[in-house]
Design a protein around this ligand. Structure first.
Ligand SMILES: [Zn+2]
Length: 273
């Protein structure tokens, strides 16, 4: 069973009601996955635990996980929630960008992973880092790991040497389409102040999009900095897409109208200041 969230009426997809044959439903489990649209679910974000939203998209043939979690524990919570919902484990995982809270669970996942070429490059660099406490401090000093993130990483990895950075299996540039079976996902590299390797996952028939951290500012030192020119570009890239619901990684889902209005308020503030 999953907790259904009220949403605007979407087109009806009868096939969503049919679980794949090999799936078994364990009744009485925890209510953990939330339903966003007929085919789209998520494990909710947690500010306290530095956990971004982890998506679950159910096609008729395959399912896709969105983002790989911040730690093996986060991955376990997600996989348990998927199982409790009676769904199959995802067949693929797509990364929205290379930041630790979206990727440090990847080594605990058995399925193939998908990322844009820039995310692969960033993770190759991260995979070469040492993770001893001294090396972590040195990486902060060099600006490779943000000061803000270091204590959070240490909280989740009391022994930082246990950090394993896995590299994505499949790499694309610009965009890639996944046909999950009557459910088309387009992975798109977009412009964002937050990270140069930002990817969104647009679930076309569901008219929803996972935005990862695309909506957030750039972290400079310990300060979040707005980049209006990049925000304008992001608006230009998102506005033509057909979606009703947008799910950023660290906050509640919102409508497209509310998302664009939020962006415009932010742009107005930068003009005034
Ligand atoms: Zn990020």
């Amino acid at each position: 069973m999953v907790k259904a969230i009220p949403h605007k009426p979407y087109a009806v997809f009868p096939s969503v009601l049919v679980h794949r044959q090999q799936c078994t439903n364990r009744n009485g489990g925890n209510l953990m996955l939330q339903q966003l649209t007929p085919r789209v679910y998520q494990l909710d974000f947690s500010q306290e635990q530095d956990r971004p939203v982890l998506g679950y998209i159910r096609g008729d043939r395959f399912s896709l996980m969105v983002d790989a979690g911040n730690s093996p524990e986060h991955v376990q919570a997600y996989l348990a929630a998927v199982e409790e919902s009676g769904f199959c484990q995802p067949d693929f995982v797509a990364l929205t960008h290379s930041h630790w809270d979206h990727c440090f669970g990847l080594a605990s996942l058995p399925m193939p992973s998908i990322a844009c070429v820039q995310t692969r490059q960033s993770l190759e660099m991260v995979s070469r880092l040492q993770w001893t406490p001294d090396a972590l401090a040195e990486n902060v000093r060099k600006g490779i790991v943000p000061q803000l993130c270091a204590p959070r990483i240490q909280l989740h990895f009391p022994d930082p040497e246990s950090i394993r950075v896995a590299l994505p299996t499949m790499v694309f540039s610009e965009s890639m389409t996944l046909d999950l079976g009557n459910c088309t996902c387009e992975l798109r590299h977009v412009t964002s102040a937050h990270a140069r390797d930002t990817v969104i996952v647009w679930v076309k028939e569901e008219q929803m999009v996972f935005l990862g951290d695309a909506v957030y500012q750039e972290l400079v030192g310990d300060v979040w900095v707005e980049r209006p020119e990049k925000l304008r570009k992001l608006i230009q890239e998102l506005e033509p897409l057909d979606f009703q619901l947008a799910q950023p990684a660290h906050q509640k889902a919102m409508t497209k109208t509310d998302l664009l209005a939020w962006f415009r308020r932010r742009l107005e503030r930068t003009v005034q200041s």
